[in-house]
Design a protein around this ligand. Structure first.
Ligand code: SF4
Ligand code: FES
Length: 251
């Protein structure tokens, strides 16, 4: 099936999203709640594009819209730009402390607006919740409604489900999740976790419960050697080198 994105013809599989097709065609569509790892969520609507399918022209979220017929897609029309500007204005109002929102606010030439809480950075993209689900911890979720909506652990207390992996803080586009590492301990979501120390280089590299959690989920045991990812890679590369040298000697 063929579609055109900004006039560029591209082949797509039925059911493929506009976002995936655009990425393959080398066309960038801005996103706030999409990630390489999970795809689109349809939460922020920042990826809105205009589509003409079957003679009907409308605005859709490109990260979740499945292509099912020949279509024309435009990623940067006046209507699309206006929607994005409105989204940025609203999100900046919610999270004026976020560097990303400050940058977008200027980029989209938004009108000044009174922010609700000057210390807020969270844009409620839910990427952190998605990451937590993917890790299999389910420790955080969106709570409350309307402008009070926020991400939290149950009752705003340390959750026994949190393994301290830090995936939520890592994926957060606005740096809204505080994660502190000091003296071999990681603090996040009202809890403090002992970190593992690499037996090779001595660096702390991850919360122990998170490492054990991954081992349990993937059903493999790496605990015989306590190595950080860098030293593990180094060791693996050295082992591969040894095998190659040995092979050369034999030939
Ligand atoms: S804390 Fe970060 S990742 Fe989570 S919803 Fe807020 S902005 Fe998104
Ligand atoms: S990136 Fe598509 S809705 Fe957020």
């Amino acid at each position: 099936m063929k579609i055109r994105i900004d006039g560029k013809e591209t082949e797509v599989d039925p059911g493929e999203t506009i976002m995936d097709a655009a990425k393959r065609a080398g066309i960038e569509i801005p996103t706030l709640c999409w990630s390489e790892a999970f795809g689109g969520q349809g939460v922020c609507r920042f990826c809105t594009v205009e589509i003409d399918a079957g003679g009907r022209r409308r605005l859709v979220a490109s990260c979740t819209y499945p292509l099912s017929e020949e279509s024309d897609v435009w990623t940067n029309t006046p209507a699309v730009r206006e929607i994005r500007r409105n989204i940025v204005t609203l999100l900046y109002r919610r999270a004026p402390n976020s560097d990303l929102m400050k940058k977008l606010f200027h980029e989209y030439d938004c009108r000044e607006i009174e922010a609700s809480d000057p210390t807020e950075s969270c844009i409620m993209c839910r990427l952190c919740v998605k990451a937590c689900e993917k890790v299999g911890a389910y420790a955080i979720s969106a709570v409350l409604r309307g402008i009070d909506k926020r991400i939290a652990t149950p009752f705003d207390e340390g959750s026994p489900d949190c393994v301290g992996c830090g995936a939520c803080a890592e994926i957060c586009p606005t740096g809204a999740i505080p994660l502190k590492e000091e003296d071999g301990r990681r603090e996040i979501w009202h809890r403090s976790f002992q970190m593992s120390r690499c037996e090779e280089c001595g660096e702390y590299y991850g919360a122990r419960p998170a490492i054990e959690h991954v081992q349990r989920r993937l059903e493999f045991d790496i605990s015989s050697e306590n190595l950080c990812p860098r030293c593990r890679r180094g060791k693996l590369a050295a082992a591969v080198n040894d095998v190659s040298l040995h092979r050369e000697e034999l030939t």
